[in-house]
Ligand binder design. Sequence first.
Ligand code: HEC
Length: 133
Amino acid sequence: MAQFKKSTMVSAGIVSAALLFGAGTAFAAEAGDAAEGEFVFQDNCEICHSAEEGGAHKIGPNLYGVVGRHSGAAEGYTYSAAMMGAGIEWTAENLATFLAGPAAMVPGTKMGFPGFSNPDDEANLIAYLDTLK
Ligand code: HEC
């Protein structure tokens, strides 16, 4: 009987630890987790974009310092006419709209991206982009 009580207490401890951990994870996702976002970048963006300061333009422009930058402003990169005329400031909100469907926000853009199925990926990615400064 005493044995049974002890194991009940132990598993209650595990459950509350799991709850605490779960709450912590949810909070991190809300604010965006930049460390996770770096992986999201590697998986989804790096094929076309570099992220390091002074990095080469690839198929798309270097994205170092993109948060807060104006659209079409990376020096030495040849944008589409659509992006040159877009007049967007890359705030976190505008980035989220753009990444959900680049051509919906900037008709005629040469960036093709299907958007994220997981909103956490998007929030984490934008938190990561915000560290590139
Ligand atoms: C298949 C290649 C490709 C992929 C993948 C891609 N991009 Fe792009 N991206 C481009 C191209 C090309 C442009 C230039 C668009 C234009 O000039 O119309 C661009 C432009 C941009 C711009 C505008 C930059 C500026 O200076 O105005 C942002 C922001 C951006 N991409 C972010 C991302 C992010 C974040 C990802 C990953 C989620 C991503 N892109 C994935 C090709 C890509």
